[in-house]
Design a protein around this ligand. Sequence first.
Ligand code: SF4
Length: 459
Amino acid sequence: MTAGHPANAARFTADEPRAHWHDQALWFVREKRDRAAALVPDWEALRDAAARIRAHTQGRLADYLEEFERNAVARGAKVHWARDAAEHNAVVHGILSAHGVRRLAKSKSMLTEECGLNPYLEARGIEVVDTDLGERIVQLAGEPPSHIIFPAIHHKREEIGALFHEKLGTPAGLADPKALTEAARGHLREKFLSADAGLTGVNFAVAETGGIVVCTNEGNADMGTHLPRLHVACMGVEKVIPRLEHLGVFLRLLARSATGQPVTSYTSHFHGPIAGGELHVVIVDAGRSRILADAAFRRSLACIRCGACLNTCPVFRRSGGYSYEYVVPGPIGSLLASARDPRAHASLPFASTLCGSCDDVCPVKIDLHDQLLARRRDLAVRRIVPLGKRLAMRIAGLVLSHRAAYEAAGRITRFLLRILPRALLYGPWNGWGRRRELPEAPRESFRDVWRRTRGAGRG
Ligand code: SF4
């Protein structure tokens, strides 16, 4: 059982300036996404097409995965299947240890975070270097990512400067983003050159061609996989798309939804291993087929991990990624976490205002807020929701379904609103009211102040 979203969120919001800054930083990305989407005349048609392709693929997932495997093997890749995180980690470790790998250059992969691959490999003597800048920052800080696109979004640049000073020996007080990026580039360059293998995630696996596609903005996936001879690519079963022509639909949606860019800086296609090298693709289930079998929640598997629903969610922006205690936070994370372990993540479906903003921005049109509501109902039916919340929901249900009760509740609420604000705001128990109370109004009017200070004749 986790601490629960409300307690974690309260800790985050206790630091008001940081919570405000986090909110503003993500809203900036949301607005950038809006501008980028508005420049594409057929944006809604693209979203419809993406949703249809995902729904079709989910209906024939096993067929497309087998087609992908056949074509990938024909191009010289080795394909492995893993039922769960433990199998995934064992398969990856088996490949690396068979090649005597001591240092692994890893580009961003939420799947490997989900499987806990880094600590698994580190415990077996393999150094894992996260090469995405944000991921490297949180790795140096000993933290998990707090956002699926911006893993270190919760850190201010001064904090990153202090971290780099401590870990990389940069000058104290360095906070210029360009200088910090240059320092990270120099540090990572040496790691790339000495890595024995590269590991990437997979944004899309094309069944028709057997190729995989990896999108990055820093080119780190290319650096990590072109220098060593061994490339391991890890993907969830849901990453497969049927045809190459479908790729353009998703690529146009992904970059704009994630960061507001027209396209990611590097869209790398891998068709088989490089000359003299090996490419291993590890396909992982880890609970996904269980979600697929559940008609009410299977649409959550259509997610392309763009992060747009996180950036727009008023709860995520104001409570931070760590308050979710799951590798994928925000609205989509709440769905995936509660599908995986409803009891441990029972508070997450309630970490939403149900405003529907997540549905509006989702490039693959996942009905996130409907599914969150359905999950709340599911938790209540299974009595996983705390008693107090169940009672409150029961009372709200009664009031909203009986006109007389509804009108009586309205009268009581109006009465309370007349008497409560003064008591709540100015009562001795209320620190909030005391902190925000306006200074007492001046006893003389503005005109009197003007006359007194500037002279009666000028009033
Ligand atoms: S649910 Fe939709 S908006 Fe959220 S990360 Fe996935 S694709 Fe993006």
